[in-house]
Design a protein around this ligand. Structure first.
Ligand code: PLP
Length: 447
């Protein structure tokens, strides 16, 4: 195939002229060109190399250029590139079997989507069909996708364009202990406080009108907020008490990111529905899904499942998913995530004690965040929520990128979530760049 764009400049300018880029003012953009990628690195149009310290959008868990996954997609494209979702095909059957087998043992079947947002859309529909109820609870400080229903689940500013919102979507506050209005003595006290509030809110909304509570098992892009002890168990108990379905969004936390196949495995809790995407195929081909419990699966044996997508369980996504799961197993990537995660945790704790600008660090597996503050004692955030007129966070990100470290930020938080294949040396080298940049941030706050 003859490509007409020869230089990086041409590629970038053409992209700016014809592509609408996500979440940005188009005129401000100067799209970076990615010319090649391998392992944990990618190179821009000028040949400069970057550590990909966010695994793109926390999806590229196995890194770039995985030949096994590439070959599986190529083989499937040759064999059968498409079959509509009603047909049984080998990769579709095999991936479903593997996903169900790796999930908590109460899971029965899976409905495949193309990504995370449509997984959440379908999870809400399934919860409504299953319970015959209307209301859906989800949390502030959450991201569940950008399509209309998923954006209505989302609790942070990315939902604002979908407001005034869909009736019956109710928000509640998550246990963000670092910024809780009360200084809890013990983690369990925070758990009790937030669960009591949730229980009361459900009662006031009408206990028999709530179909589902949807929550990220561990809050991802809103700052890697790890639930306090007993919280998820408590949500499970509330769901059981009121006949509500517990839906865990594992789009980011699934597939080894936290050191387990699913984040929920850390908590000994079995949700009714799990949504996933990202790491199941690591973006080599799009696929996501909705895992449902055996009870829900059984319900649809004699009830109509009103869900469908032309590209549900796309053969190329299924082939990529199978090969990716094989790779996780062959390379023991869950163990790697745990081990490298330990090292990352130590590095982050050091950064916290060394830098006045680091208020908090949170980490589990290779899923972590650095929360920046103006003052460690008052915890005043480096930028006010929803406001950054001086574009401070953009400047900090710019300093990291300039030094060859790419990731993304959200409000006053920097996400660090490298591919699970990162070596200890690479992790140490990359975090030295972070250390350098944090010294600059210390200067910004006058420390
Ligand atoms: N849910 C969570 C927790 C996510 O982090 C994301 C994306 O970042 C989504 C859902 C939406 O997934 P997608 O972008 O594949 O639609």
């Amino acid at each position: 195939m003859e490509l007409e764009l020869k230089t990086a400049k041409e590629i970038s300018e053409t992209s700016k002229k014809y592509n609408l880029h996500s979440w940005s003012v188009q005129g401000d953009l100067n799209p970076k060109v990615m010319s090649k990628a391998e392992g944990i690195y990618f190179w821009d149009g000028e040949g400069k190399r970057y550590y990909d310290m966010s695994s793109q959008l926390v999806n590229l868990n196995i890194g770039y250029g995985n030949q096994k996954v590439i070959k599986a997609i190529q083989d499937q494209a040759e064999k059968l590139a498409f079959a509509s979702p009603g047909y049984a095909i080998d990769v579709r059957s095999q991936l479903a079997k593997r996903v169900v087998e790796l999930a908590p043992d109460n899971m029965g079947k899976v409905f495949f989507t193309l990504g995370g947002a449509d997984a959440n859309e379908n999870a809400i529909k399934i919860a409504k069909m299953m319970t015959g109820r209307q209301k859906i609870f989800s949390r502030y400080r959450s991201y569940h996708g950008a399509t209309y229903g998923a954006a209505n689940l989302t609790g942070e500013p990315r939902r604002y364009t979908c407001e005034p919102g869909i009736p019956g979507f109710i928000k509640f506050f998550d246990p963000y202990v670092y910024r809780a209005p009360i200084d809890f003595e013990r983690e369990e006290d925070a758990t009790k406080y937030y669960l009591d509030q949730l229980r009361e809110q459900i009662i006031y909304e009408g206990r028999e009108s709530v179909a589902a509570i949807v929550l990220e098992t561990i809050t991802g892009s809103n700052g890697i907020i790890i639930p306090p002890k007993g919280y998820l168990q408590g949500v499970r108990e509330i769901c059981d008490a009121f006949g509500i379905l517990m839906v865990c969004d594992e789009v980011m936390t699934g597939w080894g990111r936290t050191g387990e196949w699913f984040g929920i495995n850390h908590y000994n809790v079995k949700p009714d529905i799990i949504t996933f995407a990202k790491g199941v195929s690591c973006g080599y081909a799009p696929i996501g899904g909705v895992l449902v419990s055996k009870d829900i699966a059984k319900h649809f044996d004699d009830h109509f499942l009103s869900c469908g997508l032309t590209y549900s369980a796309h053969p190329l996504g299924c082939a990529a998913g199978i090969a990716t799961i094989e790779y996780y197993k062959e390379e023991n990537l869950l163990e790697q995530s745990k081990e490298k995660g330990k090292l990352l945790g130590e590095i982050l704790e050091n950064l916290k004690s060394e830098h006045p600008c680091v208020g908090d660090v949170r980490y589990i597996g290779l899923f972590s965040a650095i929360e920046l503050v103006k003052d460690k004692t008052t915890k005043e955030p480096l930028v006010e929520y929803g406001k950054d007129p001086e574009k401070v966070m953009k400047k900090i990100l710019g300093m990291l990128v300039e030094r060859g470290f790419t990731t993304y930020t959200h409000e006053n938080v920097i996400i660090v979530a490298p591919p699970l294949i990162i070596t200890e040396e690479e992790l140490k080298e990359a975090m030295t760049i972070m250390d350098d940049v944090l010294f600059e941030v210390d200067k910004m706050i006058g420390a």
